[in-house]
Design a protein around this ligand. Structure first.
Ligand SMILES: CC/C=C\C/C=C\C/C=C\C/C=C/C(=O)SCCNC(=O)CCNC(=O)[C@H](O)C(C)(C)COP(=O)(O)OP(=O)(O)OC[C@H]1O[C@@H](n2cnc3c(N)ncnc32)[C@H](O)[C@@H]1OP(=O)(O)O
Length: 206
């Protein structure tokens, strides 16, 4: 499966921040549970996945890209990263662990604390993406080539290998789903978080 965007310059703008601003707890609860379930499904697919990152990919967008098996990004003008600290919020543990699995503890810590958005070249350098291509068509071709590798791999061997590799992060969320949800609902109602989100949303307006 190839995960990509139909938009011109945005792969995924991340989670809809308006869902966190002045949240209705019931609605936020459904929103967050849907996100948890979507991520669990994507991170544990029984088939190979590639993200063809054909535009900017902040926060939740970066999470979805990192959750695929391979990342091909169109360069040089787009950016990718977990920028939550720039919003004045914290990336949840499972977001952070997904990044650690891709680029390692040290690089992830620097990336997460600074909320850095990496250009395509920078992302390639730190291993956040696997390949950089100059346009969307060649990126799609590269992504397809990667998937073709699996024609010679046993689906069972593929799935078992991926499960072993991803199990700790997946299991943590399965075991802590309700705790994670309760925390997010409480956290998003904090006046400090609300102020930070208000300022960030204002900064996005043109
Ligand atoms: C221990 C701690 C545990 C738990 C902590 C708890 C919770 C943490 C929870 C959540 C983690 C958060 C994850 C996220 O994904 S947050 C979202 C992060 N996204 C961004 O920062 C992206 C911001 N957007 C941009 O940078 C640009 O819009 C972008 C580069 C994507 C595209 O640029 P472009 O110039 O094409 O678009 P704009 O004209 O700027 O935007 C159009 C329009 O859309 C609004 N907008 C953009 N992104 C978002 C978004 N993610 N959510 C809501 N709204 C968004 C933007 O304001 C414009 O609005 P308008 O002016 O009204 O048209």
């Amino acid at each position: 499966m190839i995960l990509t965007s139909g938009l011109q310059k945005v792969f995924c703008a991340g989670l809809d921040i308006t869902e966190f601003y002045n949240p209705n707890p019931d609605r936020l609860s459904k929103f967050w549970t849907t996100l948890q379930d979507t991520w669990l499904s994507l991170y544990t697919t029984s088939f190979p996945t590639v993200s063809v990152i054909n535009g900017h990919s902040p926060a939740g967008g970066c999470l979805f890209a990192m959750s695929c098996d391979y990342r091909v990004m169109v360069g040089p003008n787009y950016t990718i990263g977990l920028n939550e600290t720039k919003l004045g919020i914290v990336a949840p543990k499972w977001f952070q662990d997904t990044m650690v699995a891709v680029i390692g503890q040290r690089k992830a810590e620097v990336s997460l604390t600074t909320g850095k958005m990496y250009t395509t070249d920078e992302a390639l350098q730190i291993g956040l993406i696997d390949e950089s291509l100059p346009d969307a068509n060649s990126a799609l071709k590269k992504g397809t080539q990667f998937l073709n590798n699996f024609q010679k791999i046993s689906p069972w061997a593929y799935k078992m290998t991926k499960d072993i590799s991803r199990q700790p992060t997946v299991q943590w969320l399965i075991d802590n789903k309700q705790k994670d949800l309760d925390f997010v609902i409480k956290y998003m109602q904090s006046p400090t978080v609300q102020k930070n989100l208000e300022l960030y949303l204002q900064s996005l307006k043109k």
